[in-house]
Design a protein around this ligand. Structure first.
Ligand code: PHE
Length: 494
């Protein structure tokens, strides 16, 4: 077996891990799912999921990975040898495959838009509507869709073959900060457009009457997707950490930065969408339709447009490689394959698997799997079902099977002052599984249209909402007591 590499520096890890988390999930998926689900109220639920479920789970995955120094499947074998829990990791690897297959389709659009903006395609178009509808023509072309999809996977393969320090870490260090800068420029232009106010209020003024069960379901899925949770990506990255690293602060930092970028993307996109009179609920093309118009309306847009799409490609690459790395680590650690062989075969397999998704906006548009195109079907299956289910199982595993003592001990390594351990385990034991199971259940029920199922769901909801209120009150009171006790302890120390 090849010797296990580690991250070179703490900063390098944070950037690689946030690079893995920040990607199309923030800039492409978050705005379009928010637009589809009515705006601000959805955003609040999403942020709530990131804090209450996301942070504890990131920490759970990081500690599992660092403890075992193995891949997503091997972790469970190391921590609980002789049991079948490693199937959680197996499901994670499968989920990674499926996500990579359509992720690279969207990343391919980004590459295409980079070239188009370089060629000035959008500048030449007359109206904002024409610019927006170019997305339909573009994504329907099989040559472009499949070609750029393949191009992207090839890019990820080259980096992953080179390994941890030389490939992944080096790429992220340079590129993530630049992305933040260009996003800020887009925000300034977007909110200074005439008519942008309606978009701002759509994004920040919550209207809870618009919030459906489906929206809550998708908010949970989005929080898992954007934080790369529930499939062992964070376990895998954690496995390249050493005992010196502070897991708790890394987990909070990753969540914070990831959420920040998503919110910034929202501020860049929604004001523009409304200013150009485009509908916010237009699905996966939203970013491509809106930002091209923002660039057209901005001095220097000729430069900023290709630069932005270039950075979006980078953001996608840093996440794409984390998906491919989960698969690679599994074959290298568990099957003894060489890195090179794994990347070449698995990358090609993901490319082939993604072809139906690539054709979903053209040739295969009419094909329906349970009422969805192949693209939306795989996207919803992975983000809304597989990731939350994986997360549910990981939280149960860490809190009950691995056991609270051992888990807390692991997190304490590299962070002796880990006083939050109890709260963390409490959330993992009682809150995360309950919330995730509940949202999953209602999400599944809401896919059925039969009146019987609906009335059953409504009755169930009225009972569960009482428990929810008790839990929410408990979390708020518990949080307040906790903060006060930390302050007291600090004062005593002084
Ligand atoms: N979090 C990544 C993004 O926001 C996508 C991703 C999901 C990566 C799951 C790895 C695992 O783009």
């Amino acid at each position: 077996m090849e010797k296990r590499e580690h991250w070179k520096s703490k900063f390098g890890f944070i950037l690689a891990a946030t690079g893995g988390a920040i990607g199309l999930g923030n800039i492409w998926r978050f705005p379009y799912i928010t637009g589809k689900n009515g705006g601000a109220a959805f955003v609040l639920i999403y942020i709530g999921c990131c804090i209450i479920v996301g942070i504890p789970l990131i920490l759970a995955e990081l500690s599992l990975g660092r403890r075992s120094q193995r891949d997503a499947v091997g972790t469970f074998k190391v921590v609980k040898p002789g049991t079948r829990w490693f199937w959680i990791g197996g499901m994670g690897v499968a989920t990674g495959y499926l996500i990579l297959s359509y992720y690279s389709v969207v990343a391919g659009w980004t590459i295409g838009y980079f070239f188009e903006s370089l060629l000035g395609t959008f500048r030449k178009m007359g109206s904002p509507q024409a610019v927006a509808s170019y997305f339909d023509t573009f994504s329907a072309s099989p040559l472009k869709a499949i070609g750029f999809h393949g191009f992207f996977i090839a890019l990820c393969m080259i980096i992953v073959i080179r390994g941890i320090q030389g490939g992944i870490e080096r790429a992220c260090k340079l590129l993530m900060p630049t992305l933040l800068g260009i996003l800020l420029i887009c925000i300034i232009r977007s909110i200074t457009l005439e008519g942008s106010l309606a978009g701002l209020s759509f994004f920040i003024k919550p209207d809870f009457s618009k919030l459906s069960t489906q929206a809550i379901f998708e908010a949970l899925g989005q929080s898992f997707f954007t934080l790369s949770l529930g499939m062992g990506a964070v376990i895998t990255y954690g496995s390249y950490l050493t005992k010196k690293d502070n897991l708790a602060s890394s987990g909070v930092m990753i969540t914070f930065l990831d959420t920040l970028i998503a919110i910034l993307a929202g501020f860049a996109i929604f004001p523009a969408i409304f200013a150009f009179g485009l509908p916010p609920d237009q699905g996966p093309g939203l970013v491509f339709r809106s930002l091209t118009n923002v660039f057209n309306a901005m001095p220097g847009g000729v430069v900023f447009a290709p630069l932005f799409f270039f950075l979006l490609i980078i953001a996608a690459v840093t996440s794409g490689i984390s998906l491919l790395e989960v698969i690679t680590a599994y074959f290298v650690d568990e099957r003894g394959w060489s890195r090179r062989k794994t990347v070449l075969t698995m990358g090609t397999a993901a490319f082939l698997l993604g072809i139906p998704a690539a054709l979903s906006f053209g040739r295969l548009q009419g094909i329906s799997i349970l009422g969805k195109t192949p693209f939306s079907f795989v996207e919803s299956l992975t983000a809304n079902y597989m990731l939350p289910l994986g997360g549910l199982m990981i939280s149960v595993f860490v809190a009950y099977i691995w056991g609270r003592r051992k888990a807390i001990d692991e997190v304490k390594v590299g962070n002796p002052a880990f006083i939050t351990g109890r709260i963390w385990v409490f959330l993992l034991r009682y809150i995360c599984p309950f919330i995730v199971a509940q949202i999953l259940l209602f999400g599944v029920l809401s896919e059925f249209t039969s009146p019987r199922v609906t009335s059953f769901a409504n009755t169930l909801r009225s009972y569960l909402s009482i428990i929810d209120i008790v839990i929410a009150a408990g979390v708020i009171i518990g949080g307040a007591i906790y903060i006060i006790s930390i302050k007291r302890a600090k004062r005593k120390e002084e």
